[in-house]
Design a protein around this ligand. Structure first.
Ligand SMILES: [Zn+2]
Length: 215
């Protein structure tokens, strides 16, 4: 008989059956299933993000298919759930990701005005006092041991649900589509929208240069 070492984290199937056992509503469980699949694994931050999107939609009284703009305040994990659950993507301009480093997101329903009102949901440090494993993971504390504590972390996230968040009402300026002209960069000869030029050259020849050609 082969001795199998204990798996340090739950498989997707184990997580989903835990959700079933908790009596989680089908729609939310389905969001988890799709997001785990999209993200390729059940990252803790992504699981928190699924609860965050669900909570934000409930607060707004909106459905996932409504036209809502999302701004994520971290590049880590959190941008995935709004893409899958709400189809707010960078490509359709309904998802903006700001590298601020906070576990928070704002949701603002479409507004034809100069500003849009909505809500900001964030992981609340005060509320995390009740969830020491999430807290030590979020703090990147040495007391969180990934080798042995991943199951405990997932259990705590499922138990906490929306209980780890707080929210505030916000408004933000919005920019609407404007007419634009196409120009040719005199340095590289490529075509770009004029408003994206950095003075006399395109951003790739300027501040966003990120590659060198190999000859
Ligand atoms: Zn150029």
């Amino acid at each position: 008989m082969v001795h199998m070492p204990a798996i340090p984290e739950y498989s997707s199937a184990e997580l989903l059956s835990k959700m079933d056992a908790m009596g989680m509503p089908n729609e939310l469980r389905e969001s988890f299933r799709k997001c785990i699949d999209f993200h390729t694994y059940a990252a803790p931050g992504m699981l928190i993000g699924v609860f965050m999107v669900d909570y934000a939609l409930t607060l707004l009284g909106k459905k996932p298919e409504d036209k809502i703009f999302v701004t994520c305040e971290t590049t880590k994990c959190l941008p995935d759930p709004p893409q899958i659950i709400m189809h707010a993507t960078t490509g359709n301009h309904r998802l903006r990701v700001l590298p601020i480093g906070k576990f928070a997101m704002t949701l603002t329903p479409f507004s034809a005005k100069e500003s849009a009102e909505g809500i900001r949901v964030y992981l609340d440090k005060e509320k995390l006092k009740k969830y020491p494993t999430i807290s030590s993971w979020y703090d990147n504390s040495p007391s969180f041991k990934p080798a042995t504590m991943k199951k405990q972390l997932a259990d705590e996230i499922l138990a906490a649900g929306q209980g780890m968040f707080s929210h505030e009402r916000i408004k933000m300026r919005v920019t609407h589509k404007k007419k634009w002209n196409s120009v040719t960069c005199p340095v590289c000869g490529d075509q770009v929208p004029e408003y994206m030029m950095e003075g006399d050259k395109c951003a790739a020849c300027g501040s966003m240069a990120y590659y060198e050609k190999i000859t």
